[in-house]
Design a protein around this ligand. Sequence first.
Ligand SMILES: [Zn+2]
Length: 162
Amino acid sequence: MEHVDKLAKTAAISDNYQTLSWTSYEALHLVDSWIWDRWCTQWKSKSNSTYQNTFKFHRGFNHKFCTRKAEITITRFRMLQTRLNHGLYKINKHPSGLCDHCGVSQDCKHFIFKCKITEGLRKVLIQWVHRELREGKYEEVLSNGHVLNSLYEFCSKNEVII
Ligand SMILES: [Zn+2]
């Protein structure tokens, strides 16, 4: 045991060391890890978008969608980038961005949580979220598979362009 300690001390102060070369596979893992850490730090320290203020930093969203159309619709809701009036207004495709029925900005949160035309949808959604259907719970609500399916079905059935 003393011999091992002596060798360890000698190695620790030795100038004679060998350079280890990384395989590309090992290097990619290091780079990926560095990127994720950097991204996470920036997300937490410089949250300046609506998405960053709505969703916590995450490594993706895994959900199996029944169709490609459902995936597109739900992803747009999750990314807060839809063709509701507020989204159209941001790209100069709508004069005001206001909801035609309520007179307030028609964004994703308004559409799901407050709009007059989605009262029926909310009655369906509330069974899946245990009465926690609040705007502040957007991330949680939009991570529930039953909610996502119901939301897609509502938009599809009512021909809401998302
Ligand atoms: Zn409305």
